[in-house]
Design a protein around this ligand. Structure first.
Ligand code: G4P
Length: 529
């Protein structure tokens, strides 16, 4: 197969949702269609069960599972589909943000009863900022939920999307009769728990055909006709270009658990979703079709076995062909590296591969060379953009609890930060270290891992911070900037890359600082133009 057709064949995407909306269930059904797994229940949920937050074994178990489900690949209609796992738990939101830099499109799952939830809002916002094409799947139609039009409104308002339904439900919950597929113009009737792989779908071009009454009853038939008329009147027709540009989002309805409406979603997905997209590096835009291999690390996973402390770095191939045993340039270290056993992922297994193509993810064994965001090339000094840090939500001093193990502690902190487990800030004034996390759960994970993987002990101490802001000075020599540095000394720190950060202790002090020093720009992410 030619290089070009290898690229065209790939569809790399992520499924995002609030926990419990049905992401795991949907993933599993998609894999069933691809024949990648034989039975339901094969894909393990990697979510942290409620109440398990302080159970270390549970954390470890979850980490193990998340390696297994980091990338799930399968073939469907001649397409190679790579699903990248995105943890739904909010404490791991940063992981998900980073994974979103490696996807070419996403599917957003929404629970019909709960509507748009908090985590969905945050994740969709990141996708919107990056113009990632999105398809929305409204799940659990077998249950009572919100009215379809209300829900479409909610999706538009809360998520800032412009939707157009490509399927429409007939009733819901107890009265759920099926789905009319606007995209394919056919009718799919719901028969209780249809666990079968192939659904019985009937073409139904003309909705005025009285057969509709016989199939679903006259009330439902009339309601469907009215609803579809309304859909046509209110929503624009599907426009693939707009979808690809991230300005229109098609919507499907269904029930993942009953494997209902999933085939429609998948068939449409393989038809419209984008193949690997070009990616911006600081230097230039890189096209997937370029001959030379380039790729970037978006995730690092530590080995759970303390005897083998190697890690797995997940690299998204952006261009060219990645080859086993070929030397590549690790741009940040300016060092040539060869990989004798790169892993590729298929279904829930990983195996060694000789070649990978744009859109694919390879897992590279690493003994500490990689950080999140690192670029690999065949020699060009490229730096892929786009894994900014956001302000953490929690901040704590980290103290060494075992003076004999300070080296181990420093190394452990360093490596965990490279993995992107949390963010480290070093206070300018006294060099004390502060760990910033998205969720409180990370502190337990860090403490546990420092002890079990590095033999170091730590304690934490509260450090009240409202928000971390990255500092940009209009004129570093100006008097007002110098005054800012002097007056705010206590609240200034360096992040891991050496950028200056202002740790505002309250919303009020942040606002006052902004007013008092208008030419000191405070940014809420680490990347600014
Ligand atoms: P997540 O990965 O997004 O967190 O969600 P997951 O797929 O684990 O689904 C959350 C719960 O919702 C599960 O029930 C799952 O069975 C249920 N679910 C998923 N899709 C549908 C659907 O179409 N209809 C209905 N009625 N339920 C659905 P659970 O009881 O929490 O888990 P389990 O014990 O069944 O695994």
């Amino acid at each position: 197969m030619s290089f070009k057709s290898e690229i065209d064949k790939r569809r790399t995407f992520g499924i995002i949702s609030h926990p419990d909306a049905g992401k795991t269930t949907l993933t599993e059904k998609l894999l069933l269609f691809g024949g990648a797994i034989q039975e339901a229940g094969a894909v393990k949920s990697n979510k942290i069960k409620k109440g398990a937050t302080s159970d270390f074994m549970e954390i470890e178990r979850q980490r193990g599972i998340s390696v297994a489900t980091s990338v799930l690949a399968f073939l469907y209609k001649d397409k190679k589909i790579n699903i990248l796992d995105t943890p739904g738990h909010k404490d791991f939101a940063e992981d998900t943000f980073r994974t979103l830099t490696a996807v070419d499109s996403v599917i957003v799952v929404i629970d019909v009863a709960k509507g748009v939830e908090e985590q969905t809002e945050k994740l969709v916002e990141v996708c919107r900022m990056r113009n990632i094409p999105m398809i929305v799947f409204i799940n659990k139609l077998d249950r009572e939920g919100k009215d379809a039009f209300d829900l479409l409104d909610e999706v538009e308002q809360k998520l800032g999307l412009s939707v157009t339904p490509l399927s429409f439900p007939i009733g819901m919950g107890y009265d759920f009769k099926g789905i009319y597929n606007i995209y394919e113009r056919n009718l799919n009737l719901f028969k209780g728990s249809s666990k079968k792989k192939v659904e019985e779908v009937m073409a139904f071009e003309d909705l005025d055909n009285p057969e509709l009454e016989q199939l679903i009853g006259s009330d439902a038939a009339n309601a469907l006709r009215e609803n579809l008329e309304l859909v046509e009147g209110v929503y624009p027709p599907f426009d693939r270009e707009a979808y690809l540009a991230g300005t229109q989002q098609p919507v499907f309805f269904g029930s993942a658990l009953n494997n209902f409406g999933v085939r429609e979603l998948l068939d449409c997905f393989v038809e419209i979703a984008p193949p690997p997209r070009p990616k911006k590096a600081e230097e230039r835009l890189v096209e997937p079709s370029e001959k030379e291999m380039t790729g970037f690390v978006f995730k690092i996973h530590a080995n759970m076995d303390p005897k083998h402390r190697d890690r797995l770095a997940f690299v998204k191939i952006v261009s060219g062909t990645f080859q086993r045993n070929k030397p590549y340039l690790h741009v940040r270290l300016d060092k040539q590296l060869k990989f004798s056993s790169p892993n590729a992922f298929f279904a829930e297994k990983k195996e060694i591969v000789d070649e990978s193509y744009p859109g694919d993810i390879v897992g590279l064994h690493d003994t500490g060379n990689f950080k999140i965001g690192d670029t690999l090339t065949e020699g060009e000094a490229l730096h892929y953009k786009g894994i900014p840090s956001f302000s953490p939500e929690h901040f704590r001093y980290i103290n060494n609890a075992d003076p004999m193990k300070s080296k181990q502690l420093a190394k452990g902190i360093d490596q965990l930060m490279d993995e992107g487990v949390a963010q480290l800030f070093t206070l300018e004034m006294n060099g004390r270290k502060i760990i910033g996390t998205v969720g409180a759960l990370q502190y337990e994970v860090i403490q546990y891992r420092l002890e079990h993987e590095y033999g170091a002990k730590c304690t934490y101490e509260n450090f009240p911070v409202h928000k971390a802001c990255w500092v940009e000075a209009a004129d570093p020599d100006s008097e007002s900037y110098q005054e800012f540095l002097r007056v705010k000394q206590k609240y200034l720190a360096r992040d891991k890359r050496g950028q200056l950060v202002f740790l505002a202790d309250s919303a009020f002090s942040l606002q006052m600082t902004q007013q008092k020093y208008p030419d000191v720009k405070l940014h809420f992410t680490s990347e600014f133009e």
